[in-house]
Design a protein around this ligand. Structure first.
Ligand code: SAH
Length: 236
């Protein structure tokens, strides 16, 4: 079929318009997400900017990417979940990070929380009990050119003794009690954020401060996380 000049100009105009619309749509979804974070009390401009910049869609399977910027937890591989953006931003804010700090994350999952932390801290160490999740997260860090995250397959309940002590520790799976080993791997004046409570039950986000004389705990808000399970997963 031969296009006349007017038709072909129209064809290209429509086509490029639809490409721009896809990018615009994604930008709009991100902006809406950030506006909802701000409305719900996330006040740090730095964290809001990072939440807008890191592409959550790239941490999800293709069947969920359309929903990447909804403020909800979503399923990932190995029966686990990527946390809700609000919780990711809130936990990041409560960690009170600066760019000289070394952070341990227990529960890499998709790698999204670690990617957010990598923009706020000097170095992030992240542990995951599923080898598959660890490998997928590492591929995402590489694709996004993030070079200050070290990831490993391992039992986070044992911490990362070779890299301890840490300025901050974040646990992204719910424990029944505060893991003593992790407290031991936290520096004095360090902060640990973790969800505490039974599987599918009454869980609370806890902020733990370590001082020379012991630990001080503050309850932040009710949450729902997958459980912290001891040992490396047998299923890859
Ligand atoms: N931070 C993640 C959320 C992951 S959900 C994200 O941004 O996507 C919690 C993760 O903790 C799961 O992937 C689960 O496999 C992992 N996990 C549970 N117990 C663990 C343990 N003892 N050591 C390491 N990872 C653990």
């Amino acid at each position: 079929m031969a296009f006349d000049k007017a038709q072909s100009a129209n064809f290209f105009a429509n086509n490029s318009a639809s490409i721009t619309t896809d990018a615009d749509e994604e930008r709009l979804k991100k902006l809406k997400m950030v506006m909802s974070l701000r409305k719900n009390g996330i006040s740090s401009p730095q964290i809001l900017k990072i939440m807008e910049t890191v592409p959550r869609a790239q941490f999800l399977a293709p069947s969920f990417t359309a929903r990447a910027y909804e403020d909800r937890a979503l399923p990932i591989e190995c029966g686990q979940t990527i946390s809700q953006p609000y919780i990711v931003a809130y936990m990041s804010e409560q960690l009170e990070l600066d760019d000289r700090m070394k952070v341990l994350e227990v529960g890499t999952g998709s790698g999204y929380q670690a990617a957010i932390l990598s923009k706020l801290a000097r170095r992030v160490y992240t542990m995951e009990r599923y080898h598959t999740l660890h490998r997928m997260a590492e591929a995402r860090f590489q694709a996004l050119n993030i070079s200050n995250i070290t990831a490993m397959t391992g039992d986070g309940l044992l911490g990362w003794p070779h890299q301890a002590p840490f300025d901050r520790i974040i646990v992204t799976a719910a424990a029944e009690r505060i893991p003593r080993i992790l407290i031991n791997q936290l520096k004095d004046d360090g902060i640990m954020i973790l969800p505490l409570g039974p599987i599918g039950g009454d869980q609370r986000l806890l902020k733990v401060k370590k001082t020379a004389s012991g630990i001080k705990c503050k309850e932040l808000c009710p949450v729902r996380f997958v459980p912290l399970v001891s040992g490396v997963a047998k299923q890859m």
